[in-house]
Structures are given as structure tokens and as C-alpha cells.
Design a protein around this ligand. Structure first.
Ligand code: PLP
Length: 294
């Protein structure tokens, strides 16, 4: 059997923090990329100590180490799209801006993560947020704040759809190429996309579920994967919203706090009793194919 010389799948990078409960951050991003048939790679900005019950502490990667991870990956692979999540501080944000300047990657999705939904430690400090607004945002194809993040970036209160639209316009005025203000925190989960001309609304039923840990990461990663496969931004946002909605609908708890999304709902199977899982026979090494064991 011949091997393809290079990855047949788009290579997509996440620059984000690690959540050991694997609901948010890098783990959510890589699951989302895999669910969209992309090959995911990751540069770690921080190790967080957290469970489904919240973030206990954060331990940032030194900026030079983050930069070294990014350089090593970019020297080795052709990266089609990047998703940026938790950065922690200004030094890490600046390392990412420098990298983006040099690497010139076509699709850059910036999720301006500030604080975990479940509360606890902050995921970005104040000078980092200022740098993100004044510098890093300009490097992004699209910025995806939720309402509290848009409020923190702009120092305004956002109470309704009109204020979400105004926030999206203001962020574009400040240098973002496009902005999606996510409505998940509002009564109706309408997302607002502004690319510089018209404002678009993306509606959808708000799913009542406690299992939304990592939904922001997942949404941004799904947009990134769609852009990586060549779709336009508005189509990518539409498909990402549909994916997140379904993944929340099909979610389940894994611990005592809010559970993760079900990133693999499309290939979900009924669990079987322990030890009776069917072996996947297709594509196995001949030694493990049924009937060839001695
Ligand atoms: N990134 C990391 C590493 C996190 O731990 C969290 C939340 O805990 C987030 C991002 C943001 O998560 P969400 O997608 O729920 O906003």
C-alpha cells in the first residue's frame, strides 16, 4: 500500500491552554479539528489546573518557549489555519503576533479568551487584553468574543442585540477584519457577524444544557476548520454554529460540574459492556485481521 507523501488533510494549529478535564482549550480544539477531518497540531500557552468544577490555577508557558514551539511547527509543516485561544499575558500575545507576522498564515481565528465560564482564575491579564485589542486583533481574519469578552475589550455594557452590533462595528473600527459577537450569554443565542459592510445575524434555538464547557473554544475551532477547507467566512460561521448547537444537544456530564460538548456526536455509538467492543477490522495490520491468527 502506498503512502501519501504529505498529509491529505489540512493542517490546522491551535495556540491555547491545556485543560486537563479536556472540555475546553487545546483538547476541545483538537477534537473539533478531528471531527472536521483536519489534522490538528497545538502550541501550549499555559497549563491550567482545573476540573469540570472550575479553574484552580494557571501556569503560563514562558513566551520564549511558546515562540520556540511555534517556530518548530512552522519550519516543519504547512499550516493552513490557526485558532488562538487562551494566551495568559502580554508576553505570550506578543510572541503570537510576531509569529503571525512571519508565518503569514491565510486563516487566523482569534478567540479573545478572558475568563472561564465556570469562574476561577483569569485566563488573560489586563495588559494582555490591551495588547490583544491594540495589536493582535489586526492579525486575525476574524475575532470571536462572547458578550463578556466584548464588554471587557471595549469597556462597555452589552445588554441587547443592538449593543452587540455596535460592539462588532467598534471592534472592526479598531482594526479587526471581521468580528463575530457570540450571543450564547443572551436570552436568544443570536450571533452577530460584521465583516465591514452589512451585519449578519445567525439565529438558532438555545439548547438548555449545563454541558457547555468549552463551547467558545469549540465554535472558534469549528470556524477555523471550515476556513481551512476553503469555505467563506459567513458559511464557516453558519456551519460552526450548527455544529456547536448539535454537540451541546448531544452532550453528557463527565464529572460533577458542567460537562464538555460531544465533539464526536456524528460518530456516536451506544456504549457496549466492558470487553465486548467490536474490533475495527478495516485497515488493521494483517497480523490482527480476523482469521489470520494461528
Ligand atoms: N481555554 C482554556 C485553557 C480554558 O481552560 C477555558 C475555560 O476553562 C477556556 C479556554 C474558555 O472556555 P470556553 O470555551 O468555555 O469559553
Amino acid at each position: 500500500m502506498s503512502h501519501p507523501a504529505t498529509s491529505p488533510l489540512p493542517i490546522v494549529l491551535t495556540i491555547a491552554g491545556f485543560d486537563p478535564s479536556c472540555g475546553a482549550g487545546i483538547a476541545a480544539d483538537l477534537k473539533t479539528f478531528a471531527a472536521h477531518n483536519c489534522y490538528g497540531i497545538a502550541a501550549v500557552t499555559a497549563l491550567t489546573v482545573q476540573s469540570t468544577q472550575g479553574v484552580r490555577s494557571t501556569h503560563l508557558t514562558p513566551a520564549a518557549t511558546l515562540r520556540a514551539q511555534l517556530d518548530a511547527l512552522a519550519e516543519d509543516m504547512t499550516i493552513v489555519a490557526v485558532k488562538i485561544g487562551m494566551l495568559g499575558n502580554k508576553a505570550n500575545a506578543a510572541a503570537v503576533a510576531e509569529f503571525l507576522d512571519k508565518a503569514q498564515i491565510a486563516n487566523v481565528v482569534l478567540d479573545p479568551v478572558a475568563r472561564a465560564q465556570a469562574g476561577g482564575a483569569e485566563l488573560m491579564d489586563a495588559s494582555g487584553l490591551k495588547y490583544l485589542r491594540e495589536e493582535l486583533m489586526k492579525h486575525a481574519t476574524v475575532v470571536t468574543p462572547n458578550v463578556p469578552e466584548a464588554e471587557a475589550l471595549l469597556g462597555v455594557e452589552i445588554k441587547d442585540l443592538a449593543a452587540m452590533e455596535a460592539a462588532a462595528r467598534k471592534l472592526v473600527e479598531l482594526g479587526a477584519r471581521a468580528v463575530v459577537v457570540k450571543g450564547g450569554h443572551m436570552e436568544k443565542a443570536i450571533d452577530v457577524l460584521f465583516e465591514g459592510s452589512e451585519v449578519l445575524h445567525f439565529g438558532g434555538d438555545k439548547v438548555k444544557s449545563p454541558n457547555t464547557h468549552g463551547s467558545g473554544c469549540t465554535f472558534a475551532s469549528a470556524i477555523t476548520a471550515q476556513l481551512a477547507t476553503g469555505r467563506a467566512l459567513r458559511e464557516s460561521v453558519l456551519l460552526a454554529k450548527a455544529y456547536v448547537t448539535k454537540a451541546i444537544e448531544r452532550s453528557y456530564a463527565v464529572g460533577k460540574g458542567p460537562g464538555p460538548l460531544n465533539h464526536f456526536y456524528r460518530i456516536q455509538q451506544e456504549p457496549q459492556p466492558r470487553g465486548t467492543h467490536e474490533l475495527p477490522t478495516h485497515g488493521m495490520h494483517p497480523a490482527a485481521e480476523p482469521g489470520v491468527r494461528g
